[in-house]
Write a protein that binds this ligand. Structure first.
Ligand code: ZN
Length: 617
């Protein structure tokens, strides 16, 4: 093993991202003594339980028993892996992570940083216009009539694009953004004839869409009656750009993410105004797709944060059709999906305004799962007893659907579904299961499987072996006084430690020493990618501080004692090994003598180690 190749980049990224700033950009921090505290987003936190230590650059929530460094905070906050967290923090600090290929020219249409700042500039401009311009008063009134109050207008940063061809373009040059940049982020279009560009959004309410770092990356534009024409439709969204993909981003996910993580549930609605209406009624876990049905990438994204996805559909025929289309997707993705169909002719905003949030939550709680929903649809109006033709068609469509569920997925759920179908259609479960297996082997079915990306194999369960006893004492001492690390590395072999986790940690120390880095806890944290292990290290560090007042003797002596105990244990292992060899093997006299001599030598060393040194008095 050796240190990760990007260790130096990690160091730079860590230096450039103060943990107080990073945590403070997503949580409200309050100073408390030498630390900061915030309400923990991962449990229902009444008092601020999450603490941030600016000196150690660490964070910790005791009730959740989680903690770590700035990287593991971002990993948890955004539900990403270590390399992604590194990338996010590098972006934040403007540090370029070396990638293969040609470097991107600053300020060009390929430069993500420039595109992001153009979006930020435009978002502010749209927002300020709606907030402040006298000409926008009529639009503010319109929003009010539509039930969007000022608080939520500000919360969702709703803006307005006046009905002009160059309102944005005209100001962009002064702000340093060329028409090509505006075109690259989807805010301007090139004229078909001649040269020049024109604004893409004209006379529209602007709903910004943010990435998980709260940066605007796209807009939804809604036509306002009496302003401008409706060419382009009632809703217009930013097309695909370098920053935004409608199949991968969700409206308001940046805001809903933390409530989702607490409630383990996401509500996927059909429009951004639905999401805003939900928020006005205190429902914080709603998101919306933009101009596209829920797709695989959306599901994968949401699965990072929740266990259950509730699809909220308008009570019209189109809503039903959309549900039918996505049900298969959810079955194949092996996710707990519910389908909430609103009463005839209503959208979430109507329902919430008329019936209130409690009635809505009741609907959510009662929403059938995807298979039940499909079953109800397939058997709707079918006489299962008399109309055998229609009944078998319905059954077959259900079995084909169940056959799409991943075979390594939730088998319990599949079994329950089969039982349910058996009851509904009055057939033996074994027969149905056999039919499902046949569908799974059907080449047509297999092709369909292929078309969908392979479901990711479930990650191998990580055995979380706690580091305890003398292993823990050793690491705490190395954290307490990093000057003692070389001595410990010299005297103790990693294989003497009790668990894989402890051995791996020891190897990290070895690598750091080998490559001439400081042996402090900060560097160990930097070399470790596993969020859980980072948390363990922060715990050790805390416990070193807690014990500081009560611990006896200088660290040098305590380290020597720990080393002696390790060696003592190792020697008695060796002795047992030798004894075993003596008993089991056919040795000639000479070999036996040799082994015995070794054993006595080991024993003397062990005794010497275990005998307390004679008192000097
Ligand atoms: Zn917590």
């Amino acid at each position: 093993m050796s240190l990760p190749a990007d260790f130096d980049v990690r160091e730079r990224v860590r230096e450039a991202n103060d943990i107080v700033d990073v945590v403070g950009s997503s949580l409200e921090l309050r100073r408390q003594g030498s630390s900061f505290v915030a309400r923990c987003p991962w449990h229902d936190d009444k008092k601020p339980s999450l603490s941030v230590n600016p000196v150690r650059q660490s964070w910790k929530c005791w009730p959740c028993d989680i903690g770590g460094d700035v990287f593991s905070f971002v990993m948890r906050r955004d539900g990403v892996s270590f390399p992604e967290a590194l990338k996010i923090l590098a972006d934040r600090a403007g540090i370029e992570i070396q990638r293969s290929g040609t470097p991107v020219e600053k300020g060009s249409v390929d430069d993500k940083a420039t595109l992001l700042s153009a979006m930020k500039w435009a978002e502010e401009r749209f927002f300020n216009y709606l907030e402040k311009s006298p000409a926008a008063a009529v639009v503010r009134d319109y929003l009010q009539q539509r039930g969007i109050d000022e608080e939520n207008r500000v919360r969702f940063r709703i803006g307005f694009a006046p009905d002009q061809w160059d309102w944005l373009l005209g100001a962009a040059l002064d702000a340093g953004f060329s028409p090509q940049i505006l075109q690259a982020v989807g805010l301007a279009l090139a004229r078909n004839s001649g040269s020049g560009h024109y604004d893409f959004f004209r006379g529209r309410l602007m709903f910004p869409i943010y990435d998980l770092q709260d940066r605007p990356i796209a807009f939804g534009g809604r036509h306002v009656p009496m302003i401008g024409d409706q060419s382009g439709g009632k809703y217009m969204n930013t097309s695909e750009t370098k920053l935004f993909s409608k199949s991968q981003h969700l409206y308001a996910l940046n805001m809903a993410r933390q409530p989702m993580q607490r409630q383990r549930q996401a509500l996927v609605m059909e429009g951004y105004t639905d999401v805003i209406a939900a928020r006005q009624h205190g429902i914080e876990t709603a998101v919306a797709c933009l101009g596209v049905a829920v797709g695989e990438s959306h599901v994968r994204l949401l699965k990072r944060f929740v266990d259950q996805i509730v699809l909220v559909l308008d009570g019209d025929a189109a809503g039903q059709r959309r549900a039918d289309e996505v049900v298969e997707l959810f079955v194949a993705a092996d996710v707990d999906m519910r389908v909430l169909t609103l009463p005839q002719g209503q959208d979430p905003a109507d329902f919430l305004n008329e019936q209130g949030a409690d009635a809505f939550k009741e609907l959510v709680a009662q929403a059938p799962d995807a298979i039940d929903h499909k079953l109800a649809r397939a058997t709707d109006g079918v006489d299962l007893v008399r109309d055998t033709h229609a009944a078998s068609a319905a059954l077959d469509s259900m079995l084909r659907l169940v056959a799409k569920s991943p075979q390594n997925g939730n088998t319990l759920r599949t079994e329950q579904t089969v039982m349910r179908l058996a009851r509904t259609f009055g057939l033996p479960a074994e027969t149905l299961q056999r039919r499902i297996d046949e569908h799974r082997q059907d080449p047509r079915q297999r092709r369909e499987f292929k078309r969908q990306p392979e479901p990711a194999a479930p990650p191998a369960p990580v055995r979380r072996q706690p580091i305890t006893g003398i292993d823990r004492e050793l690491f705490e001492l190395m954290i307490e006084m990093s000057e003692l690390v070389p001595q410990a590395l010299e005297a103790i072999e990693p294989r003497w430690l009790a668990t894989d986790t402890a051995r791996a940690l020891m190897t990290v120390y070895e690598d750091l020493e080998l490559e001439g880095h400081d042996l402090d806890i900060q560097n160990v944290l930097l070399a470790v990618e596993d969020a859980h292990l980072k948390g363990v290290l922060v715990n050790f560090q805390q416990s070193v501080d807690d014990k500081a007042a009560t611990v006896n003797g200088p660290p040098e002596e305590r380290m020597q004692a720990v080393i002696d105990r390790f060696r003592g244990t190792e020697l008695s292992h060796q002795r047992q090994q030798t004894l075993k060899e003596l008993e089991s093997s056919q040795l000639d006299d000479e070999e036996e003598m040799e082994l015995l001599k070794q054993m006595f030598a080991q024993e003397r060393t062990r005794q010497g180690l275990l005998t307390p040194p004679p008192s000097s008095e």
